[in-house]
Design a binder for this molecule. Structure first.
Ligand SMILES: Cc1cc2nc3c(=O)[nH]c(=O)nc-3n(C[C@H](O)[C@H](O)[C@H](O)COP(=O)(O)O)c2cc1C
Length: 174
């Protein structure tokens, strides 16, 4: 699958077959995440790969919209490491870019994934930080739930010409 197809057909997948994901495939996902752009190339991410069923289940106790993790092969937690920040305040954008790369790579590799938001909600940050023994300077941005898809979500076209402005606000482009 080429890059445009992976981007245009990516959807959140919340039902999985239960099939295991190989270590080589996991490494490809992580390489994709870590290929993201970052402010000043600071690469402020730390990534926790979770395949321990008890921990995956425990996340569902601290995150109210993460029940699919009970069936997922993996959870990947993208965190910002404040000690690696050289350009303050950009870690959220950097780690979001890494998270999106991970989702697109999952699609390209035939996996299904969904972004589960953590930051900026204090109770989720605290709950996941405690569960994963994160230092105070490592902030979880998102958990990505991943498995082989049990459902095929159709692509949706969200292109909206009314939201695009040429040169100045209100001047139509398309
Ligand atoms: C920042 C962020 C937080 C999200 N949090 C959740 C979540 O907690 N649980 C969930 O099931 N989906 C979550 N999603 C997935 C969105 O619901 C989904 O991307 C959106 O409905 C669009 O559908 P699509 O991904 O299939 O295109 C989140 C997505 C983003 C970008």
């Amino acid at each position: 699958m080429d890059a445009m197809e992976a981007i245009l057909t990516r959807r959140s997948v919340r039902q999985y077959t239960g099939a295991k994901i190989s270590e080589d495939t996991i490494k490809l996902l992580l390489e994709a995440a870590m290929s993201a752009p970052s402010a000043g190339n600071q690469q402020p991410w730390q990534i926790i790969v979770i395949d321990d069923r008890q921990i995956l289940n425990a996340i569902t106790e601290v995150h109210p919209y993460a029940s699919m993790l009970k069936q997922a092969a993996l959870g990947i937690v993208i965190c910002g490491d404040l000690q690696r920040e050289t350009f303050k305040g950009y870690w959220v954008q950097d780690c979001s870019a890494a998270t999106e790369n991970l989702l697109i790579a999952a699609r390209a590799l035939g996996l299904g994934a969904v972004w589960l938001g953590v930051y900026p909600l204090k109770d989720r940050i605290k709950g996941i930080g405690k569960l994963l023994h994160l230092p105070d300077t490592v902030i979880p941005l998102a958990v990505v739930s991943i498995g082989y898809p049990a459902v095929e979500q159709g692509a949706v076209n969200r292109f909206d010409s009314r939201r695009i402005h040429r040169n100045r606000w209100g001047s139509r482009m398309f």
